[in-house]
Design a protein around this ligand. Structure first.
Ligand SMILES: Nc1ncnc2c1ncn2[C@@H]1O[C@H](COP(=O)(O)OP(=O)(O)OP(=O)(O)O)[C@@H](O)[C@H]1O
Ligand SMILES: [Mg+2]
Length: 283
């Protein structure tokens, strides 16, 4: 049971003078409980990949399957994949948060009472107390609360695969933290694919990372392999390194540290630095 992209290619405006290839030869598997990150510079094809994975964009090569069925077909894959666009809070249209969150489940054919119950459970799952936040007008929420409410609107449909486009863009530290907590919660019941420029927030808990460059895979592997490849990926501007490995990379460039593996963990980084400096001690 997985969402599988097998060697896909996507072309915009195919057959016209504006034809442009946005993805070539990209493969990815998302299973329940997984957190897969897609990184890469602007224009690399990240949003295109999410749209193809959600069945919103047809592929010109390869296949997209959801639990063994083609993603673009209707029927039993309907509702299996939930896509949260960048800045989804701008798409609220109901007078209350809970009505907005109940729209998706109602649209999938659930009875109004059941849909409202699903909405309230989803709000609780993203850390928004449904009795406090449910009746609120969506525009009255803070940025971080609104982002979580929008996520709840998709979770209320109980997708088996959750796809998020830049979920932390424009949020402050508290907002980023609350979105990361909501992603961890969602992961207990779904596979989660996060497209982001914010490796800092998600890398520590990712199972797998795909880096795109010009629509092609520039890296595909787990976090320790990514840390190994990070100096090369950062030099090519494919990935903005998180602060801890960035500091270690700078220390190496300045000859303060011998070559060796990078880490995301601040204590391990402090140990590496302390061990390399005269008079420094590992704890
Ligand atoms: N509807 C479209 N028609 C033509 N070209 C498009 C269309 N949508 C995207 N593209 C092009 O496809 C390429 C990939 O776009 P995409 O939106 O997937 O990039 P991205 O990695 O999500 O970038 P960002 O980080 O800026 O969001 C870009 O060159 C873009 O201009
Ligand atoms: Mg994008």
């Amino acid at each position: 049971m997985a969402l599988i992209l097998a060697d896909i290619a996507c072309v915009y405006a195919a057959g016209t003078s504006l034809e442009s290839a946005a993805l070539h030869g990209v493969s990815l598997t998302l299973s329940r409980g997984d957190l897969v990150l897609v990184l890469g510079p602007t224009g690399a094809g990240k949003t295109t990949l999410l749209r193809a994975a959600a069945g919103l964009l047809s592929v010109s090569q390869g296949s997209v399957e959801v639990d063994g069925l083609p993603a673009s077909g209707r029927g039993s894959t309907r509702g299996a994949v939930g896509l949260v666009f960048q800045r989804p809070e701008s798409q609220f249209f109901s007078l209350s948060v809970e009505d907005d969150c109940a729209f998706g489940p109602r649209n999938l054919g659930r009875a109004p009472g059941e849909a409202l119950q699903d909405a309230r459970e989803a709000l609780a799952a993203v850390g928004l107390d449904p009795s406090t936040f449910g009746p609120r007008e969506p525009w009255s929420l803070s940025g971080g609360e609104a982002r979580r409410a929008a996520l709840a609107g998709v979770l209320a449909m109980r997708p088996r695969y959750l796809l998020l486009d830049e979920p932390t863009a424009g949020l402050d530290a508290a907002g980023r933290q609350s979105v990361c907590a909501a992603v961890e919660e969602a992961r207990t019941r779904a596979g989660v694919l996060v497209v982001t420029h914010d490796a800092e927030s998600f890398l520590g808990s990712a199972d797998r990372v795909l880096v795109l460059r010009g629509g092609r895979p520039a890296f595909d592997g787990d976090v320790s392999a990514l840390l190994h490849a990070l100096p090369t990926l950062a030099a090519a501007d494919d990935v903005d390194p998180p602060e801890v490995p960035r500091t270690l990379m700078l220390a190496r460039e300045r000859g303060l540290l011998p070559p060796g593996p990078l880490t995301l963990d601040v204590e391990s980084a402090a140990d590496l630095l302390a061990g390399a400096l005269p008079g420094g001690e590992r704890r």
